[in-house]
Design a protein around this ligand. Structure first.
Ligand code: PLP
Length: 473
């Protein structure tokens, strides 16, 4: 029997045309959905676009495969499904069960309750963002965090820009346009999203002067490279990788001394700057921001939303004369932070000064949470899932390793507990897909034949929702 589609005879084509004509009109379908409670809040243009998409798909199906046209109710259900699958807003919370604490693709650091409160407070009100109230004169938006950053870091002055990449760009553009920047070959890193330090440097107009080798760079390499064209010595923290074995790098203190002796400023891009020493919690030694400042380097840059645990920002601290040159650069205006960044950063830094950072800043709390406490959360999740469902999903608790992420401490693996899922009948890949597509989306980590839901990064407030997602898989 001939198919009623392309290539069918005249009578077949006529039947398809009749079917196409039988499809409801855009207006009719919109009208039939207007009162649908599931679509409350969906703006009319979005509804109209979804209706057109569903009708176009149905037309294609009829032309390709023939058969009977779907009725208005069926098409209406397709429109509703399309519009409600992801919720009203594109940017939405997800449950991070990857175990990566600073996950750049999941928005990096979570803000402390205090920072959240401050954001809400300044969102709906006029603020003294750039108003010196005592003099009724224009003030500086950086003044709100300047004192905190100076006291915490020991630097003479501070400046905050959009992110650490722009901090590096601003520093190089301000200090080294048309001059040479001396940097070790072993520190020419790619920081993710295919952004490379050498590219940022070239964009700034600086001339890159690579020294040393991939694994070893010595003080004399720096000293020999200094000439009349030298504008800056730059040390870059190799945040997201490690060269191990036969290696040598020059300490910040030695570079600072060399720079001072030869009249060349020295900058250190720390990337993931931190104000607390995490060695107590089993982490390898990493110099803190105040330690790097104390080493004598002139300028230090680091991110707001990596180990610091605050909002996205690029923070610069160091010698007042240099920081002022950066602040006066017109490029700084293009990289400036908004009141939300100021508010969240002030609250985050306040916690460091008040000594409450480890308890209140989610990044630090997650990184230092004892394994026993993570295991308890794993048990609490399973306790909310029926034994029968657990068996069907092959759910059980396993010990695993989580990562810091965000290009920080790349070799550190933190012991953790995870809920493992997957059986021959319910393969892990399929469960992973299902968990990612529902609401709230859950992102886990596939390892061998299992999907691991790492409980280090699962929030206490996620436990109930996660258990519901597991129960309805
Ligand atoms: C992460 C990182 C950056 C970029 O920081 P963003 O805040 O993401 O722009 C720059 N330098 C180093 C060494 C880094 O680790």
């Amino acid at each position: 029997m001939p198919r009623a589609g392309r290539g069918a005879g005249d009578s077949g084509r006529g039947a398809v045309q009749a079917m196409l004509r039988a499809l409801p009109s855009v207006d009719l379908l919109i009208g039939s959905l207007a009162g649908d409670a599931a679509l409350r809040g969906v703006p009319r243009p979005r509804l109209a676009a979804a209706v057109r998409e569903v009708l176009a798909a149905e037309r294609r199906r009829l032309l390709d495969a023939g058969g009977a046209a779907a009725d208005g109710d069926t098409l209406g259900r397709q429109v509703t499904a399309r519009l409600t699958a992801g919720g009203l807003f594109s940017l939405a919370p997800v449950i991070n069960a990857t175990g990566v604490v600073l996950h750049t693709n999941l928005g990096r650091a979570l803000l402390s309750p205090l920072a959240q409160e401050r954001l809400r407070e300044v969102a709906a009100a006029y603020t003294n963002l750039e108003m010196d109230l005592s003099r009724k004169e224009r003030g500086s938006r950086y003044a709100h965090v300047d004192g905190l950053l100076r006291r915490l870091s020991g630097g003479e002055a501070a400046l905050v820009v959009n992110n650490c990449a722009s901090a590096v760009l601003l520093a190089l553009e301000s200090l080294t346009r048309g001059k040479e920047v001396i940097v070790s070959r072993g520190e020419l890193i790619e920081i993710g999203g295919e952004f490379r330090i050498p590219d940022i440097m070239r964009r700034s107009g600086a001339i890159l002067r690579e020294i040393g080798t991939t694994n070893r760079t010595h003080l004399k390499d720096y000293a020999n490279a200094i000439g009349p064209e030298t504008g800056l010595i730059l040390k870059v923290h190799t945040s997201n990788y490690r060269v191990v074995g036969f290696t040598a790098a020059v300490a910040s203190r030695e570079l600072a001394e060399l720079g001072r002796a030869r009249g060349i400023p020295v900058m250190e891009d720390l990337g993931s700057g931190c104000f607390v020493d995490l060695t107590r919690y089993g982490f390898p030694y990493e110099p803190t921001v105040p330690e790097v400042v104390a080493s004598g380097v002139d300028l230090v840059s680091f991110s707001g939303d990596k180990l610091l645990g605050g909002p996205q920002a690029g923070i610069l601290v160091g010698r007042a004369e240099l920081v002022e040159r950066l602040a006066r650069n017109p490029l700084n205006r293009a990289l400036r932070i908004d009141k939300f960044t100021v508010a969240a950063l002030e609250a985050t830094l306040y916690a460091y000064e008040a000594g409450t950072a480890l308890e209140t800043i989610p990044t630090l709390r997650m990184l230092t949470e004892p394994i026993a406490s993570i295991r308890r959360r794993a048990r609490r999740i399973l306790a909310r899932v029926a034994a029968e469902t657990q068996r069907a999903l092959g759910a059980h608790i396993v010990e695993s390793r989580s990562q810091v992420g965000g290009g920080a401490l790349p070799t550190v693996e933190l012991p953790t507990a995870a809920v493992a899922l997957g059986t021959p009948g319910r393969p892990a890949e399929r469960l992973d897909e299902a968990l990612r597509s529902g609401r709230p989306p859950v992102l886990g980590r596939l390892l061998d034949d299992h999907l691991l839901l790492d409980c280090r990064t699962i929030l206490t407030s996620d436990v109930a929702a996660l258990a519901t997602r597991l129960s309805t898989l």
